[in-house]
Design a protein around this ligand. Structure first.
Ligand code: HEM
Length: 523
């Protein structure tokens, strides 16, 4: 008995020792080695705020604790890097990442896709596959650009072109009407949550069939955090699940012990895994019962030679990638229009000139043609996407061979990301980057000319909200159209108030991973 206890104690001691060695390795050795390596290069920014174990998470946590958007430090001038910086080393979790900062570095990165640099192989490195990417295992997003992966991507991108998505305009308006009638009955509206339900509804209709909930009573089993089971309709299911997966992927244990992503033996990983499987069953049930021949599922499975094991995760990832991103940004649009009444007034005037008047019959009056006529509307949407992008970085890229960017050697296996927020709000390309000013996108405006005079000249690489290159966001056209239609619809069909504490906070932001959960009053 004593022997057995002694053996057990030894095993525990060895395990503890292994844990200490592992933490020392990932929390100290790896980051310090990377920092020493890249500090030699003048054009690589290596943050001075690094803390062993926490990596570069400190400024994000400091912002969150001070009631600012989690990325607010990147917008502040004291954190801006000089014009000579091409790359930035940042570590959030176990892997040091090189952020591609300058236009030159971005161009060099893009020129090497897919020969030397390509999408990180998440399906191979399963432990690094968290959140949505884990749920949609086997989807095209998780793999580098092989011929087959590019064919699958191209096929989907075709269905997300302007011509194709314009046909879905009535779906978008009907879903917006459904949401508005629901919100008007509520005293206080959790706006991002409600819009996410709406963007989910749009995507489920487009992807799997408009008749997905014919009787309005289909519900699916969902395991909640306390272990109890609840039954949710498919849109609520997706919203809740997506939120929990986003939390799971930023959970410090996921970041430091990526093995959690594959074992799924303890909660919340175990529960999320189970709910993920139920989600697939729910979607298969919808597909089996849909008569909608125009759904993306129907079209792809009829005309292409892709297998169901390819199509289903590919559509699943569209749903997961396209709901919260669009909803977060529409929260920004509504927020900024309330904060700047003169912008809203100018927008209302433009909409009225295009026959979209308060209380009008939206299905009749909001058309793709007259939406395209509204330049100021387009600039309002562009500006909210610039100043408050839903994602701070692109998805991960990997160097598949030794290479270099802007003279900096990049070893095979290095993880690279296109930075978004650093570029969208930098002081070299943008005049007053933290001011919400739609006119900065209008080449005929005074603000644009003023920017030009001060040599703040934006170009396509200054705007990175949807990424760049062959693996940039294929949902950009749909998302932008949704945002324009939502804006035109909601501001002409409702009045709303935003809590004063949120309105007066000049450091707010609604991107994914943020803490703000604004409450609106709708009437
Ligand atoms: C405002 C809304 C949206 C924003 C800001 C956004 C932004 C992004 C960004 C930054 C990326 C990473 C690009 C890269 O790694 O280079 C991305 C990828 C992606 N997005 Fe979006 N997105 C939005 C909406 C959507 C929608 C509506 C869909 C689908 C219907 C979608 C589907 C995808 C997919 C599938 C990828 C991965 C592409 C690939 O790996 O080839 N997104 N998005």
């Amino acid at each position: 008995m004593v022997d057995l206890l002694w053996i057990l104690l030894k095993i525990i001691l060895y395990l503890l020792l292994a844990l200490v060695v592992y933490i020392g390795y990932i929390g100290f050795y790896i980051p310090i080695k990377a920092r020493r390596k890249y500090s030699q290069f003048k054009n690589v920014h290596v943050s001075q705020k690094f803390i062993p174990l926490l990596g570069d998470a400190g400024p994000y946590l400091e912002d969150t604790n001070n009631n600012r958007a989690h990325y607010d430090h990147k917008r502040r001038i004291e954190h801006q890097m000089g014009p000579d910086i091409d790359l930035k080393l940042e570590q959030l979790g176990t892997t040091p990442m090189l952020l591609v900062i300058s236009h030159k570095a971005l161009k060099e990165l893009l020129s090497q896709i897919p020969t030397k640099i390509d999408r990180f192989n998440f399906d191979k490195h399963k432990a690094k596959r968290s959140g949505f990417l884990k749920t949609a295992a086997g989807c095209f997003v998780n793999s580098p650009s092989t011929k087959r992966i590019l064919e699958r991507r191209k096929n989907l991108a075709k269905m997300l072109s302007l011509r194709s998505v314009s046909k879905h305009l009535p779906i978008i308006i009907k879903c917006a009407e459904f949401l508005l009638s629901k919100m008007k009955k509520q005293k206080e509206v959790n706006i991002t949550e409600e819009i996410t339900l709406c963007t989910n509804r749009i995507l489920v209709s487009i992807l799997f069939g408009q008749d997905f909930d014919k009787k309005g009573e289909d519900s699916y089993e969902y395991v909640q955090a306390d272990g109890t089971i609840t039954y949710l309709d498919i849109c609520s299911y997706f919203s809740k699940f997506a939120l929990e997966m986003a939390e799971e992927s930023t959970n410090p244990l996921t970041l430091f012990f990526p093995i959690m992503n594959i074992t799924n033996v303890v909660n919340p990983w175990k529960r999320n895994h189970k709910n993920g499987q139920s989600l697939y069953r729910a979607v298969k049930h919808i597909i089996a019962n849909s008569q909608d021949e125009d759904s993306m599922w129907s079209k792809i499975s009829k005309v292409s030679d892709f297998t169901d094991q390819e199509i289903l995760p590919d559509l699943m990832i569209l749903l997961l990638a396209g709901s919260e991103t669009t909803a977060d940004n529409f929260t920004s649009v509504l927020y900024y229009l309330k904060k700047y009444p003169d912008v809203k007034a100018k927008l209302m005037k433009e909409l009225e000139e295009n026959d979209i008047t308060p209380g009008c019959n939206a299905l009749e009056k909001i058309t793709v043609e007259n939406i395209q006529e509204c330049d100021y509307l387009s600039n309002v949407v562009k500006e909210s996407l610039r100043i408050d992008p839903p994602l701070l970085f692109s998805l991960s890229y990997e160097a598949y061979a030794d290479t270099e960017i802007c003279g900096v050697p990049i070893e095979k296996g290095t993880v690279l990301l296109q930075t978004i927020i650093d570029s969208n709000t930098n002081h070299s390309d943008w005049l007053e980057p933290n001011v919400f000013e739609p006119e900065r996108h209008n080449p005929e405006s005074e603000f644009y000319n003023e920017s030009k005079k001060k040599e703040k000249i934006q170009n396509v690489y200054s705007r990175r909200t949807f990424g760049h290159g062959p693996r940039s966001c294929p949902g950009m056209i749909l998302a932008t159209l949704e945002l324009k239609i939502f804006t035109a619809y909601f501001i002409t069909q409702m009045e709303y108030d935003v809590a004063e504490e949120d309105l007066s906070n000049d450091h707010i932001g609604f991107g994914i991973g943020g803490k703000f959960n604004p409450k609106f009053k709708i009437y």
